[in-house]
Design a protein around this ligand. Structure first.
Ligand SMILES: *Cc1c(COP(=O)(O)O)cnc(C)c1O
Length: 362
């Protein structure tokens, strides 16, 4: 059988290894100059026009961003249910309640109309997810935020470099979080980057990241240790020099798949949106699970289901809400390999396999 085509593949090169070695040899490996440089370079690279604060994971970034905005027990934050559980977990960890709203069928992201309908007198914020690397409908969501006096927070875990009508994701909300987990579009090993709208948010995230201290041993709030190490930052700085080429490769791979797949629905791209294809997610209308199984067993092609169980049905949340677009997407979504290591021959194998299976009714 042909070689396995994995659904994701982190890319770590000699430059990353040399950068780690440089930090290890320096003897100073905890948060230090590498982290500071990475924060500045990340903000500049993605033209965010705002400060960034590095933390030890994307989930920590969401948690600290929410704490920094004052989200607390008794509050509600509106989130999509069709996302990784970290989105809702971060809200719940502040003591607030994640309130699940439906997605739009045309971009897999939070539906502004559904989000607005979920607002109560306890709502303090709305946190869309730029799912799969496609920007959420930020203009409408920001307008709702302004009209109703609510924060908008961005879960940009999957969307490094995505943009909407010329504005990069991460430059809209009170804060935004980019994940740097190994399978994301760029990595620092583990890590997260928080972009912040103003100096007060920046100060708060820095405080919560480090036990509530700006000045050592003069703790101002109850904080955590969610610092990034210089080892991780050194990896991230190298990845920043490569991520644009990887994104271009993802987009080229996606364009080929969209032009050639037949019998399944390719991922939509909104007008004015730059999609960075963290995932290339098709809809399989008949038997998604059967198609995924056959891809693996008959063609040695990996795929992913993001996400088969919507958050509102997960054990910790169990919300009694009716989210038809979410339920349908959870049944139909299938992510095909699109990462930069996928070759032209791989793409041709994927197209041929999916088209054959789709024609046969999976
Ligand atoms: C990966 C991811 C997170 C969490 O990021 P970690 O770095 O793994 O903690 C949060 N939200 C979404 C949508 C993600 O894909």
């Amino acid at each position: 059988m042909s070689d396995f085509i994995p659904p994701a593949k982190p890319l770590i090169g000699d430059e990353e290894r040399a950068a780690v070695d440089r930090v290890l040899r320096s003897g100073m490996i905890a948060q230090g100059p590498e982290v500071k440089a990475f924060e500045q370079e990340f903000s500049e690279h993605f033209k965010l026009g705002r400060a960034c604060v590095a933390v030890n994971s994307g989930t920590s970034g969401l948690h600290l961003g929410l704490l920094s905005a004052g989200v607390k027990a008794g509050d509600e934050v509106i989130v999509p249910s069709f996302t990784f559980a970290a989105t809702a977990n971060a809200v719940a960890l502040t003591g607030a309640t994640p309130v699940f709203a439906d997605i739009s069928a045309d971009d897999f992201c939070l539906d502004p109309t559904a989000a607005e309908a979920a607002i109560t007198d306890k709502t303090v914020g709305i946190m869309p997810v730029h799912l799969y690397g496609h920007p959420a409908k930020m203009e409408q969501l920001m307008q709702i935020g302004r009209d109703r006096g609510l924060h908008v927070f961005e879960d940009a875990a999957q969307a490094h470099g995505a943009a909407l009508n010329g504005t990069p994701v991460g430059a809209f909300g009170t804060f935004a979080m980019f994940s740097l987990y190994p399978t994301k579009n760029m990595t620092s090993g583990e890590g997260g980057m928080v972009s912040v709208a103003d100096a007060e948010m920046e100060r708060n995230v820095r405080l919560y990241r480090n036990q509530g201290m700006e000045q050592q041993y003069h703790n101002e709030v109850v904080g955590l240790n969610n610092r990034m190490t210089d080892i991780n930052a050194a990896i991230g700085r190298v990845q920043l020099t490569k991520v644009d080429a990887w994104t271009k490769q993802r987009q080229d791979n996606a364009a080929f798949l969209t032009a050639n797949l037949d019998g399944v629905t390719p991922p939509p791209v909104a007008d004015g949106a730059v999609h960075v294809y963290h995932q290339y997610t098709i809809r399989v209308h008949d038997d998604r699970d059967g198609l995924a199984k056959a891809l693996k067993e008959e063609y040695n092609i990996g795929s992913g289901m993001f996400y088969p169980v919507p958050n509102h049905r997960l054990k910790p949340f169990q919300a009694d809400v009716d989210l038809p677009a979410t339920e349908l997407a959870a049944r139909e979504c299938l992510s095909l390999p699109v990462h930069p290591s996928v070759t032209q021959a791989d793409l041709e194998r994927i197209v041929s396999a999916v088209n054959t299976l789709a024609k046969a009714g999976a």
